[in-house]
Design a binder for this molecule. Structure first.
Ligand SMILES: Cc1ncc(COP(=O)(O)O)c(C=O)c1O
Length: 325
């Protein structure tokens, strides 16, 4: 048996399993799930945490014992916290005050320092969370602003790890990958890898209704009107600098209700408890698969675990209250 022990938790980031979703109705296609929830910090963002920190080390902007600053309450915060703690860096996260207590407790438990700012202000306001993070990085000596939305190491993590893993696990027989865009790092990494290695592979964007990114991907323009959505981690009302929509062949706008029901269907049929953005990706992947005329091999992601969302999508009363059931 050749399954040696890992030397540390960071070695367990990436190389996630790929699973055929045979109990879901994918029309003439075969649908596969890349289980990013099995990263040690629980999401696809562990890869990004590692790449962002190691890029800063190489660039010399992060010195031993230095401070990392980022604006996020999401999975990137957890990924950064995991890596920062292992490597002995201080991590300061600036977080809008609408974030759930669970998320804040989780980040603090992982060793991050959390600074709360207002969530009712937007870009340009001095208390806007991303602007606060940038300002702190200028003020705190020896600190380094991580900037996942603009940092090329974010996309590189996926170009060098996520995309080649999928390509190998699919035995080089792959027609399409369905993914979402938050920072756009995953999409950009897939775009760069497949443009080089297998340009026939189609990239399909899964976007929440209300976000402008599906429209941007297909028309090059953001819609005049955008609204809010409930799935977490994907969608946007502006185009992040790190994103690359140039190879998106089709895009689906998925209503929250459909996404949340897809999460529950995934758990009921395949036994995978996934976060809400996975519902958007899965719903888009199923629509894409069912529209195909020929058998296609399609991959999408389980981006994070659903145990952070138990009181919402996996709670019947909450789903009924929202009108989703
Ligand atoms: C929870 C979560 N965060 C973020 C993303 C998007 O990643 P990126 O920031 O690379 O666009 C996803 C899914 O793709 C996600 O599920």
């Amino acid at each position: 048996m050749s399954n040696p022990a890992h030397g540390n938790v960071l070695e367990m980031i990436g190389n996630t399993p790929l699973m055929a979703a045979r109990r879901l109705d994918a029309g003439p296609c075969q649908l596969f799930l890349k289980l990013e929830n099995q990263n040690p910090g629980g999401s696809i963002k562990d890869r990004v945490g590692l790449y962002l920190i190691e890029a800063a080390e190489r660039a010399g902007s992060l010195k031993p014992g230095g401070t990392l600053i980022e604006a996020t309450a999401g999975n990137t915060g957890l990924g950064l916290a995991l890596v920062a703690a292992q490597k002995g860096y201080r991590l300061l996260l600036v977080i809008p005050d609408k974030m759930s207590q669970e998320k804040i407790f989780h980040l603090k438990a992982m060793g991050a320092e959390v600074m709360m700012t207002r969530s009712d202000v937007s870009k340009g306001h001095p208390e806007y969370y991303r602007d606060v993070a940038e300002r702190l990085a200028r003020e705190i000596p020896g600190s380094c602003f991580v900037n996942q939305f603009g940092n090329p190491a974010n996309a590189l993590a996926h170009e060098e790890t996520t995309a080649p893993e999928i390509w190998e696990q699919m035995g080089h027989e792959l027609h399409a990958v369905v993914c979402g865009a938050g920072t756009g790092g995953t999409l950009a990494g897939l775009t760069h890898f497949f443009a080089r290695v297998a340009p026939h592979v189609q990239l399909v964007l899964a976007d929440p209704v209300g976000s402008g990114l599906a429209s941007f991907a297909t028309t090059g323009k953001l819609p005049a009107k955008m609204t809010s959505w409930m799935v977490e981690g994907i969608g946007g009302d502006s185009v992040p600098p790190v994103a690359d929509f140039s190879r998106v062949g089709s895009a689906y706008s998925i209503p929250d209700a459909e996404a949340f029901r897809a999460c529950r269907e995934l758990l009921a049929r395949e036994g995978i408890i996934a976060g809400t953005s996975t519902g958007t990706l899965l719903a888009a992947a199923l629509r894409y698969c069912r529209e195909q005329q020929r058998p296609r091999r399609v991959v999408t992601f389980v981006c994070d675990s659903g145990n952070k969302y138990l009181s919402k999508v996996y709670n019947d009363y909450w789903m009924l209250d929202q009108g989703f059931l």
